[in-house]
Design a protein around this ligand. Structure first.
Ligand SMILES: *Cc1c(COP(=O)(O)O)cnc(C)c1O
Length: 332
């Protein structure tokens, strides 16, 4: 794959590490070898997966002469925190629109990412009701800023368009390079599947380097059939952008929705167990909304014997640990 044809900022000086998780593998007792790719340790304030997508999205914004970034997310959005973080570094104004999907969940003096939005000096922050048309809300904001002479650029929620998803196609290539260097094959890569750019990008990228390694998504909000359609659509758009003629096949995109629980961002006992187990075996901090639920899926797959003895599994840790501090009650 050739990424040099697209504007891109350079935020990631070195590949994120792939580490074995021997203590967790032993604790699960099924003879499966678990590995973790530490995208939680990517640069950008407090780390996490959106930095890979923002290399391309902010590259595009700067190439188009933007001086102002507008994006949106849920109230504890890591994407909003990282977009703000890189906007600070790029000397761009950043405006956030937060969707309060759970009524009363935004607290201006709240912990986790709420605190970091303020600390990083967000230019404006608007909280709107759950179910609001976020695209329309961002366009309205862009029009009002343009009327003041600003040059706004809108990044969609999660930076999950084909521009952003290229960041994860690039991550797939990085990952395969590392696995080749280690001479270590994987039987499966497990990723959280939310706004879909991570899952779609990884699926396209793994196909693009002809890895032959299945990528499986663990949903954090939507039902399986709906999420698979969204990921497939975005994967096809990303493949087309990259000129990958064969694209992805519908059967390359597989999601599991058994770990969402009562809904997006709502704690589940399996998430609490997964976050606690990762902390106590590997000293890895997951998050309650994404990586904790994806890890709950990984743990359940292993316990149920989905993978044969000796299988190698790679868990993509997408970050999000600042949100833990907004969920401490769930762990007490
Ligand atoms: C956004 C996010 C995800 C999900 O990635 P998508 O590309 O939106 O599917 C997973 N983990 C964390 C910590 C995130 O912030």
């Amino acid at each position: 794959m050739n990424f040099t044809r697209f504007p891109r900022r350079h935020y990631i000086p070195a590949p994120t590490s792939i580490e074995p998780m021997p203590a967790l593998s032993r604790a699960l007792g099924k003879g499966v070898n678990l590995y973790i790719k530490r995208d939680d340790l990517l640069p950008g304030a407090a780390g996490g997966n959106k930095t890979r997508k923002l290399e391309f999205c902010l590259g595009d914004a700067l190439a188009k002469g933007a001086d102002t970034i507008i994006t949106c997310g849920a109230v504890q959005s890591n994407h909003c925190r990282l977009t703000l973080s890189w906007s600070v570094k790029e000397n761009l104004d950043c405006h956030l629109i937060l969707e309060e999907r759970v009524k009363g969940s935004y607290k201006k003096d709240g912990s986790g990412n709420h605190f970091l939005f303020e600390l990083l000096g967000v230019k404006s922050l608007e909280v709107v009701e759950g179910g609001t048309d976020m695209k329309a809300a961002m366009e309205k904001k862009a029009a009002s800023l343009a009327a003041l002479g600003k040059k706004p650029y809108i990044i969609p929620g999660g930076a999950s368009n084909a521009v952003g998803a290229m960041g994860y196609a690039a991550c797939a290539e990085e990952t395969m390079g590392q696995l080749n260097a280690l001479h270590l094959n994987m039987d499966c890569i497990i990723v959280p599947s939310g706004s879909a750019g991570t899952h779609a990008g990884m699926a396209v990228g793994m196909k693009g380097v002809n890895a032959g390694i299945p990528v499986r998504g663990v949903n954090v909000s939507r039902p399986k059939n709906i999420q698979e359609k969204i990921v497939y659509q975005l994967a096809m758009e990303t493949a087309e952008k990259l000129g990958l003629k064969w694209g992805v096949a519908p059967e390359d995109i597989v999601c599991f929705d058994d770990y969402v629980g009562p809904g997006y961002s709502l704690p589940t006992p399996a998430m609490v167990e997964a976050v606690t187990l990762f902390a106590r075996t590997e000293a890895v901090l997951l998050d309650p909304v994404y990586s904790g639920k994806a890890a709950a899926g990984l743990i359940d797959f292993v316990r149920k014997g989905h993978f044969k003895k000796g299988a190698n599994l790679l868990f993509l840790h997408t970050g999000g640990s600042p949100a833990l501090y907004a969920y401490m009650e769930s762990f007490r």
